[in-house]
Design a binder for this molecule. Structure first.
Ligand SMILES: C[S@@+](CC[C@H](N)C(=O)[O-])C[C@H]1O[C@@H](n2cnc3c(N)ncnc32)[C@H](O)[C@@H]1O
Length: 283
């Protein structure tokens, strides 16, 4: 009996996965999928110890180590993803917008450690915004709900847009880039990290090339992300066991990029790539 129900659950999950893969070609479905997934995650697992949803980063030897007192509960590698991305320009005293701020851990870190004048974390999922507001109370930091494809801010109002592992989920990445260009002040920066398949990374590069923003730097950081996944695997697995109901743990572990997950395997065999970009709006 147990064997049969396990088989049915497994087949249903396979079917759902297949349907998601097919429908992800459609922008409306990508938007809906992102909204439903991230609304649910923040509602069902509002744990304070889970503040980041990116796969993490181990810095290059040339990147300056930073010394911030971190408890064992802090997702150090995911925090490093933000820290070294934000260091691509000087953010001190600047107005930052983060698009896709999730549970707000990165926003809290950059807003407090790197001292921008203001930091707005924006996310499509209202429940993620509510959770971030509850978890992170820093004077220069605020969170709002909004879509990357229609940013609810005035033209020429932002110095730096940060975007961490989020734009793969957008219905139209071209619309996102035109919104970034609109809200950035002349001379403002877009700092972005995300993963794609090899073909889709070429597509992302061509979308950036026609965005009207000037490309300053482009780096393949796949190995830095693989190193992070491997270094923090034990902690991540233990966190999943603590926070996620038993029946969802396997599915969640794959989503979270544990060692041996699809993303970890594909980054290692080079069929997926993880890149970091720095761009600037012309003055
Ligand atoms: C993988 S999570 C990364 C969250 C966060 N940047 C981090 O590193 O912890 C992707 C985030 O992008 C948000 N997102 C997806 N589509 C969006 C959209 N169209 N506009 C704004 N945020 C979006 C999701 O709700 C989710 O919080």
């Amino acid at each position: 009996m147990f064997g049969l129900s396990f088989y049915i659950v497994r087949q249903t999950l396979k079917m759902v996965n297949f349907i998601i893969r097919v429908f992800k070609r459609y922008p409306w479905f990508k938007r809906l999928n992102a909204k439903v997934t991230y609304e649910l995650l923040a509602k069902k697992i509002p744990a304070e110890e889970w503040q980041f949803m990116n796969y993490g980063y181990v810095p290059n030897a040339s990147e300056k180590p930073f010394d911030i007192p971190l408890g064992p509960e802090v997702q150090r590698h995911s925090l490093q993803m933000y820290h070294y991305l934000a260091l691509k320009t000087d953010v001190q005293g600047k107005d930052i917008l983060e698009v896709g701020s999730g549970r707000g851990g990165g926003a809290k870190h950059v807003a407090s450690a790197l001292q921008p004048a203001s930091y707005i974390g924006m996310d499509l999922a209202q429940s993620a915004v509510d959770l971030a507001k509850r978890l992170h109370k820093v004077p220069n930091l605020s969170f709002i709900q909004g879509s990357a494809e229609s940013i609810p801010l005035p033209d020429n109002s932002i110095d730096v847009v940060l975007n961490v592992e989020s734009c793969h989920a957008y219905g139209s990445v071209d619309k996102f880039f035109s919104e970034v260009k609109r809200v950035l002040k002349p001379g403002g920066y877009l700092l972005l990290v995300d993963f794609r398949s090899v073909e889709n990374m070429d597509l992302l590069k061509s979308q950036l090339a026609k965005s009207g923003l000037e490309l300053l730097e482009e780096e393949n950081i796949s190995q830095n992300v693989i190193n992070a996944m491997e270094e923090e695997d034990d902690t991540k697995q233990a966190r999943i066991k603590r926070l996620v109901p038993a029946k969802w743990q396997k599915l969640f572990a794959d989503f979270a990029g544990v060692v041996g997950s699809k993303l970890h395997t594909n980054l290692k065999n080079g069929t997926r790539l993880y890149y970091r970009f720095a761009l600037r709006k012309k003055s």
